[in-house]
Design a binder for this molecule. Structure first.
Ligand code: FE2
Length: 135
């Protein structure tokens, strides 16, 4: 299952939107690699990229929240922490043991359900907050 970008996912902060698009592209690459039955190397490479990029992306959002004294920063940070812990657990439990099918299934679930939900609710709230203080 792949994800396509649409305006419904925009948080109205250009830099964050661009990073979300980059994430979605990589997630789609991961699913394509699995669908095409590519070996562990392709999947491991994409996962390596994703884990670095996600950390970079979360820190971008957290910087925005800090700079503008966003009130819900702690709740937002907790969601990021949950994602990283779950992501690492899948790596440890399955990828490290070469259980590609199980790893992909669980990553699929986390990336699509968590990310889309998080963008739609939690990240959008940053955009709404910034719009309100700037107008
Ligand atoms: Fe976020």
């Amino acid at each position: 299952m792949s994800i396509s970008w649409n305006d419904d996912l925009s948080v109205n902060v250009q830099k964050i939107d661009e990073q979300h698009k980059e994430l979605i592209n990589k997630i789609n690459e991961l699913f394509d690699a699995c669908k095409e039955g590519k070996g562990g190397t392709a999947i491991n490479d994409i996962v390596k990229f994703l884990e670095k990029y996600v950390v970079f992306h979360f820190s971008t959002e957290e910087q925005y929240m800090q700079v503008y004294n966003y009130p819900d920063i702690e709740t937002h940070r907790k969601e990021h922490k949950y994602f990283l812990e779950t992501f690492n657990k899948i790596k440890e439990d399955h990828l490290s043991k070469n259980e590609m099918l199980l790893a992909t299934f669980k990553l699929n679930d986390l990336l699509i359900k968590w990310l889309i939900n998080h963008i739609r609710k939690t990240d959008k709230a940053i955009g709404d907050f910034l719009r309100n203080i700037k107008t």
